[in-house]
Design a protein around this ligand. Structure first.
Ligand code: HEC
Ligand code: HEC
Ligand code: HEC
Ligand code: HEC
Length: 512
């Protein structure tokens, strides 16, 4: 269970070194700092499962809502922002660059103050990245963001812990009101920094998932210096509320224990309800009830998390929490417009690329099967076919059409049959016959079997591996063979055929 709802805290010894007796004390200042991490080119979730978190326009709304209250709002992004993979196929370059541009525009519209650079940001070259005009700052330096006439927030970033400690010390010595330290590495590398007593940063952020599947959860360790890691792909933000009064370092505030306990319980309820609304065997009426309940619990947790923590007397104080960007949260229209423009442009770009370059699928090598499409299976499998036709798999491509995303290279592979496979489909604008999750998506290519009709020339069942290429952790996080498989089978398709079924295939002795 993740612990992203914790409001943490720790008392850090006040530091008197910065007191300048001759200067009048600066006026109190309320600042909210948001931190995003490893956006990896995500403008929003695909919507493959119910209640998928995230979306840059939802994040923008959160910042805007705080700005409306009169607080100063800052956004720092910790890198690996622009692209999701270290290699981009030639056909996807136009789409990925357009998306990086949309994301950069959105971040600028949100008032991005500083951005660390990650290896995934330079996948299209440093020049492309620099052309986006983001406030990128170098590793191993002290980057200052003015808060008002006399105060600054300092950001330091490094892959090397000792280097980070040195830069944080320099930032502190320069009089920064708050020092944010970005450790370009996983949580495990950042945690020791939370315990070292020579760390003069106020907050340490671990900015890289340890592998492709990491970065799934929000984690916070309330050490001497708090250490956090935030969900990747724009699913959550870190929110730090600063109340700057006297000089000296901030004191971390703690929300009351009972509040924490309740937040904890609500978060568990949310995870449970999310799994329930994604159970394909759930009755539709009940699902709607569970969805309404989920929204209610999300709203309750949000209200509780937003309750102000009492700030003691005349000291500078800080509190930190995560903001998971739930589907029930509103989007900021001006940023949503940037996403909508991207969605519109990218379909056109991809179709244009396909027309110009005319990519062709390879024919199947001699003796190996190629994809032929589901229509070729109909005549002989008169029981399986209508079952499949009535399933959601048969509607997978229309789902994309309804979303206006059928020409998106991020989407098409799992919503058609035989994408970029021998005999299959290799052009976004030429999917006729393959425009569904068809028979061959599960049974494999069928050209040899159509010719010889032998059961040996086609895959019957191979367990979850048949499914998890598409039903992966990201797009179908609640997938289990036990719950999903019965939904695709039926009489004549993995179950005994009905007695009066006039199937063209006489039931043959089964091998099981
Ligand atoms: C890795 C494979 C994969 C990719 C890529 C993918 N999808 Fe999906 N999509 C799925 C799976 C699997 C499901 C069904 C999930 C479930 O029910 O557990 C699904 C379901 C959906 C649904 C819900 C359909 C319904 O019945 O309610 C929508 C909408 C959707 N996808 C849109 C998209 C869009 C838009 C993109 C591109 C941004 C995309 N998908 C990319 C695999 C994928
Ligand atoms: C010309 C008729 C014909 C066509 C077309 C055809 N099949 Fe078959 N299929 C058969 C026969 C015959 C069997 C064996 C039935 C048996 O043994 O009960 C079979 C068996 C199967 C089996 C079960 C294999 C096993 O190990 O038990 C699968 C799966 C299958 N077909 C899928 C497909 C798919 C997918 C397509 C379309 C690409 C397709 N078939 C097209 C005739 C056909
Ligand atoms: C080629 C990709 C792909 C493969 C392989 C695949 N699926 Fe799917 N599946 C999808 C997509 C896409 C959807 C969503 C379709 C839609 O509603 O638009 C989906 C939807 C479903 C649904 C409906 C979920 C719901 O919410 O009602 C079930 C059940 C399902 N798949 C089970 C399976 C099982 C079991 C396997 C393996 C035996 C499998 N799928 C293999 C892509 C795939
Ligand atoms: C979501 C994945 C999936 C799709 C799509 C799918 N099947 Fe199947 N099919 C299976 C699985 C899994 C089994 C094995 C069931 C078992 O052995 O218990 C199966 C079994 C079969 C069998 C043997 C059935 C029997 O009872 O003897 C045939 C024939 C078959 N499928 C044909 C088709 C045809 C034709 C289509 C398209 C119209 C299709 N399947 C679409 C997953 C799928």
């Amino acid at each position: 269970m993740s612990r992203w709802w914790l409001l943490v805290t720790f008392w850090v010894a006040g530091c008197t070194r910065e007191v300048r007796p001759e200067a009048p004390p600066p006026a109190p200042l309320e600042v909210t700092l948001f931190v995003s991490s490893e956006l990896k080119g995500y403008l929003g979730p695909c919507g493959c499962s119910e209640n998928m978190r995230g979306g840059i326009a939802r994040a923008a709304y959160q910042l805007d809502a705080v700005r409306q209250t009169g607080r100063k709002v800052l956004l720092v992004d910790t890198g690996n922002t622009l692209f999701g993979q270290s290699a981009i196929e030639v056909e996807a370059i136009a789409q990925q660059e357009r998306k990086a541009k949309a994301l950069a525009d959105a971040l600028m519209a949100m008032g991005l103050s500083a951005r660390a650079n990650g290896p995934l940001d330079d996948v299209r070259g440093a020049a492309f990245r620099q052309g986006l005009g983001l406030p990128d700052f170098p590793s191993n330096a002290v980057w200052k963001v003015p808060l008002d006439a006399s105060r600054t927030l300092a950001v330091v970033s490094s892959a090397n812990a000792d280097e980070l400690v040195t830069r944080a010390r320099q930032a502190r010595a320069s009089g920064a009101a708050f020092v944010l330290a970005l450790l370009e590495g996983p949580m495990a590398n950042a945690l020791p920094l939370g315990q070292r007593d020579d760390v003069e940063a106020d907050l340490v952020v671990a900015t890289r998932g340890k592998d492709e599947l990491a970065g799934e959860t929000n984690t916070l360790s309330a050490l001497r210096v708090p250490v956090v890691q935030v969900q990747s792909k724009g699913r959550s933000l870190v929110r730090v509320d600063l109340s700057l009064k006297g000089p000296g370092r901030v004191t971390w505030l703690k929300s009351p224990t009972e509040t924490q306990r309740e937040l904890d319980a609500l978060a568990q309820r949310i995870e449970l309800l999310r799994a329930q609304v994604n159970d394909p065997s759930m009755d539709e009426g009940l699902r709607q009830l569970k969805k309404a309940k989920l929204e209610e619990v999300v709203a309750r947790r949000e209200a509780l998390a937003n309750e102000p923590v009492p700030v003691p007397g005349e000291v500078s104080a800080a509190s930190v929490r995560f903001v998971p960007l739930e589907t029930s949260f509103p989007s900021l229209p001006s940023v949503q417009a940037l996403v909508t423009a991207y969605d519109r442009d990218v379909g056109e770009l991809n179709v244009q690329w396909a027309k110009t370059n005319d990519p062709q699928c390879e024919p199947a090598p001699a003796g190996r099967a190629g994809y032929v499409g589901s229509a070729a299976c109909r005549s002989c499998h008169a029981q399986a076919f209508p079952l499949w036709e009535a399933s959601k798999h048969a509607r997978a491509y229309p789902t994309l059409v309804e979303q206006g995303k059928n020409n998106h290279l991020d989407c098409v592979a799992c919503h058609v049959t035989g994408w970029k496979e021998p005999g299959g489909t290799c052009r976004v604008d030429r999917v006729t016959g393959f425009d569904a999750v068809g028979c061959e998506s599960c049974h494999g290519p069928g050209s040899l079997h159509v010719a010889d009709t032998s059961p040996r020339s086609i895959v019957r069942a191979s367990g979850a591996v048949m499914c998890v290429g598409c039903h992966d952790r990201e797009n179908s996080p609640h997938f289990s063979l036990e719950k999903y498989l019965p939904r695709v089978l039926g009489p004549g398709h993995g179950e005994p055929p009905p007695p009066d079924a006039g199937a063209p295939l006489s039931p043959s002795p089964r091998r099981r």
